[in-house]
Design a protein. Structure first.
Length: 293
């Protein structure tokens, strides 16, 4: 297995992503030197790919990282309904290819001249290793991150969105890197992250602890214990804070009424939304919005 080594800083940066679907008989396009890295994460079905003479069958829960300087193409058509996330990124730093058995490149040190204290500050570079082809340790977590990136796409023109995209992208890189190191998370962490993913995906809906347990096939008490350990709060507290975070985005980015925002983020009553907002943020929704108007 090939490993792609990135010398950082600078960190690789996110460009654009999406979700694509192929019907049986369709092919992934053939491309030469696309100038960006292309990450493919299969959600359903299978992609049959070749790059640089290496063939890959990328199935659900697996990822393939295509190079910017090579030729990739389909070796066969899809045999079933296939959906996959794609993500383009690039780096202005150095990168190279190595074998999985190769030792980690030795960390280098690069001096950066500071206008006032040129002899006091050094920036230590390190190697970020990503597998070209891998089975993800946490496919649902990766899909959640890529889904969140897609949800941000309509607001990519807003000043605060690109930074959010880059932060999510760094988590994507972390997931890829973890699969290379085989750092399988603990059962507690898996349960907590599955619960968090469900709560984030369904935050607009009415959710009970019993419903959460039924959907995850864990006892509600166990879920609560895992989330307390990993996130420091119970599931319903996690959900409340996530709803408030989503409401802050709507307050900044839309002209919706407070009542509509409350409804959009899963609150049945606007007064309860406002009181929860004040308790968590220390200010009213209206006052929060005025900061950005």
């Amino acid at each position: 297995m090939n490993i792609i080594n990135f010398i950082v800083p600078p960190m690789p940066y996110y460009i654009v992503s999406g979700l694509h679907t192929f019907s049986p008989g369709h092919y992934h396009m053939s491309r030469h030197n696309i100038k960006v890295f292309d990450l493919l994460v299969v959600k359903q079905g299978c992609l049959y790919m070749n790059e640089g003479g290496l063939t890959f069958q990328v199935r659900a829960g697996q990822a393939l990282l295509l190079r910017p300087d090579s030729h990739h193409f389909s070796t066969d058509s899809c045999k079933e309904h296939t959906s996959y996330y794609w993500l383009h990124f690039q780096t202005v730093g150095d990168w190279n290819i190595s074998e999985a058995t190769a030792s980690t490149p030795e960390t280098e040190h690069t001096r950066v001249e500071h206008p006032l204290h040129s002899d006091e500050f050094n920036i230590r570079t390190f190697t970020l290793q990503l597998p070209q082809y891998t089975s993800l340790l946490q496919p649902s977590k990766m899909e959640e991150l890529l889904s969140q990136l897609n949800q941000l796409a309509p607001n990519s023109h807003l000043s605060n969105t690109p930074f959010q995209q880059q932060l999510l992208f760094q988590e994507v890189l972390q997931q890829l890197s973890a699969s290379l190191r085989h750092e399988r998370p603990s059962p507690s962490k898996i349960c907590a992250e599955q619960a968090a993913s469900y709560l984030r995906s369904h935050f607009r809906e009415r959710i009970t602890a019993q419903q959460l347990g039924e959907n995850l096939n864990f006892h509600p008490v166990y879920i609560a214990r895992c989330m307390k350990k990993e996130y420091g709060c119970a599931p319903m507290d996690y959900l409340l804070h996530y709803r408030i975070q989503q409401s802050k985005l709507l307050l900044m980015q839309t002209s919706y009424t407070i009542a509509r925002i409350a409804e959009e983020v899963g609150f049945n009553q606007a007064p309860y939304f406002s009181s929860s907002f004040v308790r968590i943020e220390g200010t009213t929704p209206r006052e929060f919005r005025q900061r950005f108007s």
